[in-house]
Ligand binder design. Structure first.
Ligand code: SF4
Length: 452
């Protein structure tokens, strides 16, 4: 890149919600972008609003300093804030998770003025945290272009364009959009253009920028070959692509040796798909190298892919946190929503995992709660089945996502104006729940999950 080095500031914004927890959350997409920008000669700064261990937090009396677990998850700093107007009728405390606005502002003011600010976004209904970040950036760095990307920007682009206050809203995969931006903003050609390249060509994410290096997320693939009607995977990633499994282990070993990282999380949508060519050689390689590392899969893994060998390898290569997506035991709904799994596959997968050494409490199975026209009895039956198989049911409240096949049905059944206001996508509200799934019934289901 000709001329002065461009300076880019990347920001992971606050979460604003009724509840949030850091299940190995890290802004992986943003850290990949940081590497990409560096490859193109930019200087990159990073500000993580979710830093749970910011040194100034203890002096902020209002904020509860979080408890962290050695394996890299834990609660986030939080502060109760007024509910956005649309949520005022909801009688629950609403919080901002992360560092305080004062700390954020101090950090901004200590930085050199950037040439561009890139802000990512996650859940659609977390946008108040994104907007607050953009407002502060505008205040401290007037005139600096602000670019918004990420999940909210992709799924609710119109809303983001109208309300976020960013100069550019880029939906979809960051690398390809940024190439365009590079030209428009910096008037330059990116020397390192990632479009049409393999995932194996990506530089490693810029984990050196993370203020807390307790665990690192590893991406082995993008997208998913399934099309479950409630899932946004195909809206966020147009194709299913994956990396060479040995190169994935090279990356794990790299971070393990460089920073002593012992915990790694996988947020792939389809980690176990095509297991014989991908996960199996990856896990064998981890074992062969005797890496002293633990692995965590908070995203639902595919039960169908669990064979005796895959179960054994998961156990031996130290996959400590394993979660699977069953979603419902109702056969009709399983087929209607995409056919990714059957009850028989659940039974056989859990049996293999138990044989391999996992205990029932280790095997978490997600069950969706509050799908359109889903009676509470269906959820109760699903819980009973998971427990009878020897696994642990984990309830996941359904959040309707614009653009998914189930969205039209969600629009019909929801009493909330979900098309106009993303705050009503919030899973805490269960905005599409049926009449039988009352708050009391939901509490009963949660209790049922906990009892033996
Ligand atoms: S299998 Fe999982 S990631 Fe793939 S479409 Fe279905 S829910 Fe989404």
């Amino acid at each position: 890149m000709a001329g002065k080095k461009k300076r880019c500031l990347l920001i992971n914004p606050w979460i604003c919600d009724f509840a949030a927890y850091d299940f190995w959350l890290k802004p992986l997409g943003l850290l990949y972008l940081a590497s990409y920008l560096r490859e193109n000669g930019c200087e990159v700064a990073f500000l993580d609003c979710l830093n749970p261990l910011h040194p100034d937090l203890p002096s902020e009396g209002r904020v509860k300093v979080p408890r962290r677990r050695p394996s890299g998850h834990g609660s986030l700093p939080k502060e109760t804030i007024p509910r956005p107007e649309a949520l005022t009728p909801i009688p629950r405390r609403y919080k901002r998770y992360g560092i305080t606005p004062r700390i954020f502002r101090d950090e901004l003011q200590e930085m050199a003025r950037p040439d561009a600010v890139l802000v990512t976004s996650m859940m659609t209904y977390w946008y108040p945290g994104v907007f607050a970040v953009i407002r502060q950036v505008r205040d401290v760095f007037p005139g600096v272009p602000v670019i918004l990307g990420g999940i909210y920007a992709t799924l609710c682009r119109g809303h983001a364009v109208r309300h976020a206050g960013a100069d550019f809203v880029f939906p979809g995969e960051g690398e390809s959009s940024l190439a365009v931006l590079f030209r428009d903003l910096f008037g330059d050609e990116p020397v390192f253009d990632l479009r049409d390249r393999d995932l194996d060509d990506l530089p490693y994410p810029a984990f050196d920028l993370m203020p807390v290096k307790d665990q690192f997320p590893i991406m082995t693939s993008r997208g998913c070959p399934f099309r479950c009607t409630y899932c946004a995977s195909h809206l966020l990633r147009s194709r299913f692509t994956f990396r060479d499994p040995v190169r994935v282990v090279d990356e794990i070993a790299h971070w393990h040796h460089r920073y002593g990282i012992r915990n790694f999380s996988f947020y792939d949508d389809a980690l176990l798909i095509q297991a014989p060519e991908r996960a199996v050689p990856m896990m064998r390689e981890v074992i062969r190298r005797s890496l002293d590392c633990d692995f965590h899969c908070p995203n639902g893994l595919h039960l169908r892919e669990i064979t005796a060998e895959v179960g054994r390898l998961l156990y031996r290569s130290r996959f400590r946190t394993i979660r699977f997506g069953l979603e419902t035991s109702c056969g009709k709904r399983q087929i209607e929503t995409g056919g990714k799994v059957t009850n028989e596959e659940l039974r056989s997968a859990v049996a293999y995992l138990r044989e391999a050494g996992y205990r029932p409490e280790d095997i978490g199975v997600y069950l969706l709660c509050g799908l359109p026209n889903q009676a509470s009895g269906e959820i109760r039956e699903s819980i009973d089945l998971v427990k009878a198989c020897g696994a642990r049911p984990v309830l996941a409240e359904f959040s309707p996502i614009p653009g998914t096949p189930i969205w039209e049905e969600a629009l019909r059944v929801s009493p909330y104006p979900i098309a106009d206001e993303p705050l009503f996508h919030n899973n805490t509200l269960m905005p599409c729940r049926s009449e039988s799934l009352t708050p009391g019934a939901f509490q009963d289901l949660k209790r049922l999950c906990r009892t033996g």
